[in-house]
Write a protein that binds this ligand. Sequence first.
Ligand SMILES: [Cu+2]
Length: 414
Amino acid sequence: MKFVAVTATLVVFGLIFASGLPRCSTLVERKEVGEMSEGEWDVIRAGVTKMHRLGWFIWFSFIHTRFYGKLHTVPIFLPWHRRFIREFEALGQFYTEGFFIPYWDSALDSEDPLANKIFGPQYLGGNGGPDGCVKDGLQKDFRSYFPKTGCLTRRFNGGDRILSWISVESVASTLASAETFNDFRLGIEYGIHASVHNGIGGDMSTANSPNDFIFFLHHSYIDRLWDVWQRMKPENMFSYNDALGKKIDTNQTMELYAQPIKDVLEVGYGSMCYTYGNQNSKDNGKKTLTRRNDSSKISIKTMRKFFPLLANNSGTETPEKRSTEPTPNKDILPMSKNGETGSLEDFMFSHITKHSYADKKTRRNRGGLMPIPARLPDRFLEMHRYNKTEYEVFYNRQVELINTLNREGYKTPF
Ligand SMILES: [Cu+2]
């Protein structure tokens, strides 16, 4: 009797949530770099060092370069990189027990990216020297063998610093305005994704970027943002379309991998056996959230323009009818009643970042205006075959967002 009930439950869940793939029996949790213990860092260091010694970085750099042109500025960008970094992680787990790919929430330090501890000598190290070679951190003695033998390089875009890049607000705007999968993909790929590749420079700004382990931390964050978007509405999970809004058949296999796209769409199923803890977003950050005293407002016009999914319900429903409690597997967005900054903050703290305002205030100057993110140089756009007109439209919108927030007196909690 019990067996029948359990089987029936599994079948129902299978149909609803997994499109036929088995749910993973064990999940490895990918943690944010700021939340990891030193013990966990030791495991990551051991795994990465071993994989480097065995030559795996050559393989990952080669594959990424070999298929580069087919994997970027197109929808497959997200599923392919999900599959790619999962392979790296599975290898790491094979060699080192407890290994996982941390994610690096780079938007948190958008004003001064170098303020993040991962650039310290204890972690991933900083800029390359005059010869471009990285001289400290986990990878200081790493040799690269693809595309040529040499050292691992970084060349920060601001000389000895990294210029301001895409902010949490900008990421929030993409999440809270992307109606389709491809809108989301474009905003993330041209935004925080490209910002970080370009800002770090050296290997990271080329097709052989997987030579730098920071590539995997960065793509883990990009992947987490996709997972967040996928869980925002039930229809997002398996949504996959092109630039014209046309549905793409997810039975197609991905470059290199004899695996259909649909097999990697839902984290936690099939071979995507990891989690970002997004499933219980109720707990994410909220418990440590410290509210500002000066709860500044954003105009309804700005909410509707840049965060439409947070604003589009205002005035149409009674507040009692609206549930703001996230439920398992079906997160409902916190809706704004009157365009208050509070709802945007709730959204950012419950969906995008797990860090609280209180953690950051000691090292942030919150009095100033938000900086405009650095524009990608033409050189970068050309090398990566980005559509210049498309990028221009995207970038101008980010500039307009920041200018509007500054003009309305908005103060970032990050
Ligand atoms: Cu890539």
